[in-house]
Structures are given as structure tokens and as C-alpha cells.
Design a protein around this ligand. Structure first.
Ligand SMILES: [Zn+2]
Length: 287
């Protein structure tokens, strides 16, 4: 599979776990989930809250993890999907609410080593309405064999008027057979209490609470160099440029990717120190 879609590196999708920098705990969680649902037929017990800043790999990891859940020719040694089967090439619509979900049903199970039926429901919590949450919950009532993964992006946005969290989230999370994964930006308020708001409502409802982890300096540099090689981008004076990019982006992979993308659009196809200095890195605002 081509690592870059639409010739735009901003849409970079990992095709191997080695393409996801840092995030050791998040990767371990996915390895356990994939083995659990595919080999041990677990359908619950993996509810997770993933906390981390923008572009730190929350979305890329979930897209990739879901791909692994359904891959026809999954490699249990490397834990990587094949990248070629119908599941792997299907586009996971991440930002749609009800109506955009994926239901994956393998028709010819004899051809696949570990067939898995799954339903993946991504929910944009900034936009979802109480009525849509009700609809989702009703649709989850009947038991089915499929693995059901409900992804609540920016879950803290559900704390708002009109939402009855007990009935529209917390009870269903405990009672319905599904895997609930919530993500939230790790933003600090003025007092520096970053996840206090979430803590009270959610934290004890999840089997796993995982904070994103940035790569160390070496892993960051290697990741940037690999993406540059893949996309034909040169690094002018890497000994100066790579540490500076690491410092200015605070080793945030998504932000580094923007710089690589910018270089890719230049005639010179080069990252130089000026490009790194000129880049505006937008960090998370307070709540
Ligand atoms: Zn595959």
C-alpha cells in the first residue's frame, strides 16, 4: 500500500506498527485487543480512554488498529495487516456519525485464516446529537457475533446540555457488548489540571486509560528520516535540522509531518533550517 494518499503527506497512514512513533502503551493495548478478539473471541473488556494532544497519534493508531482487527491475511508474528485485502483497502470513514459506519462481513470465510466480523462506529462527539446517541444504543441492543468497536472522538465534548451521560453513555458502556474507545485532547486549563474534568465522569468506567507518549529524540529523527526517504524529500544538514525540528515541534509527529509535507511541495524537495524556523507550530489551546 502506498504510504501517502492523494500525494499529500498530511494524510499519511501507517501501514505497519513500526510506522507509529512513541505510543508504546497504546500499541500494547492494540496488540492485546487484536489477539483477544481474533483468537480468544472476546467481545468486551477493552474499553479504553486515550488521552493526548492533537497529532500525537490517537487517530492514526485507531484507524490502523481497526484495520488489523479485520485483515484477511493478518501476520500474527509481526502483528501487521497485509495492506492488500478488501478490509485493508477499505476506507475507514473516521469522522462520520451514524450512517458512515463500517460493517465488515467476510463472505468467503474458508479463504481467510481468522475471519472476523466487525462493526466500527466512529462518532464525532462535538457534533453528535442526543437523538443519534439514542439510535446508536438501540442498534447495539441485539446481541450479535460481530466485534463492535465504538470510537468516541473528543469524548469530553459529550459533557454538555441535552446529553444524559448516564443513559446515553455510561450505562450502555457497562451493559452492551461492545468495545468503547474514547479519545480526548490532553489540554491543560489555567490551573494546570489537565484531565480533571474527565476524571470525575469517565476515568473509572474504562478498563484502560492510556496517555499518548511521544517518541524520544532518536526515534523521532529516525521516523522523520524514514518518511523523507519514502516521499523523496532531502534533509539539508540533518545534524542541525533534525534536532531543531524535534525541539520546535516538541517531538510531535503530526507537526513534523506538516514540515515534511511542505518540503515535498517545494521545487527543491528539501527541508532546510529556514523551513523549520519559519514553520508555525500551533499547540493546543486551553479548554
Ligand atoms: Zn489485509
Amino acid at each position: 500500500m502506498a504510504p501517502f494518499h492523494n500525494n499529500d503527506l498530511g494524510n499519511y497512514l501507517p501501514s505497519s506498527w513500526s510506522h507509529i512513533a512513541g505510543n508504546r502503551k497504546l500499541k500494547e493495548y492494540w496488540v492485546d485487543l487484536i489477539c483477544g478478539v481474533r483468537n480468544s473471541h472476546f467481545r468486551t473488556g477493552y474499553n479504553a480512554l486515550v488521552i493526548g494532544g492533537s497529532r500525537e497519534g490517537k487517530t492514526a493508531t485507531i484507524k490502523f488498529g481497526v484495520k488489523c482487527v479485520g485483515c484477511y491475511n493478518f501476520n500474527f508474528t509481526t502483528m501487521d495487516p497485509c495492506g492488500k485485502c478488501a478490509n485493508c483497502t477499505m476506507n475507514h470513514h473516521l469522522w462520520g456519525n451514524t450512517g458512515y459506519e463500517n460493517y465488515f462481513d467476510m463472505l468467503n470465510e474458508e479463504d481467510v485464516p481468522t475471519p472476523i466480523r466487525y462493526r466500527f462506529v466512529p462518532i464525532d462527539c462535538t457534533r453528535v446529537t442526543p437523538a443519534e446517541m439514542d439510535e446508536l444504543i438501540v442498534s447495539l441492543q441485539p446481541r450479535e457475533d460481530a466485534v463492535r468497536i465504538i470510537y468516541l472522538d473528543e469524548i469530553h465534548r459529550l459533557i454538555r446540555k441535552g446529553m444524559d451521560l448516564d443513559h446515553q453513555l455510561l450505562k450502555p458502556m457497562e451493559e452492551l457488548e461492545a468495545i468503547w474507545i474514547g479519545s480526548s485532547a490532553n489540554v491543560k486549563n489555567a490551573e494546570g489540571n489537565n484531565i480533571k474534568k474527565l476524571e470525575k465522569m469517565f476515568l473509572n468506567r474504562f478498563d484502560y486509560v492510556i496517555e499518548t507518549e511521544k517518541p524520544d529524540a532518536l526515534e523521532f529523527s529516525q521516523w522523520v528520516m524514514e518518511r523523507c526517504v519514502e516521499s523523496g524529500v532531502q534533509i539539508d544538514d540533518p545534524k542541525t535540522v533534525l534536532p531543531r525540528l524535534a525541539a520546535r515541534s516538541t517531538r510531535n509527529i503530526g507537526m513534523a509531518l506538516k514540515v515534511i509535507n511542505k518540503a515535498h511541495k517545494r521545487r527543491s524537495k528539501t527541508i532546510d533550517i529556514q523551513l523549520v524556523e519559519d514553520q508555525i507550530f500551533d499547540f493546543d489551546e486551553a479548554f
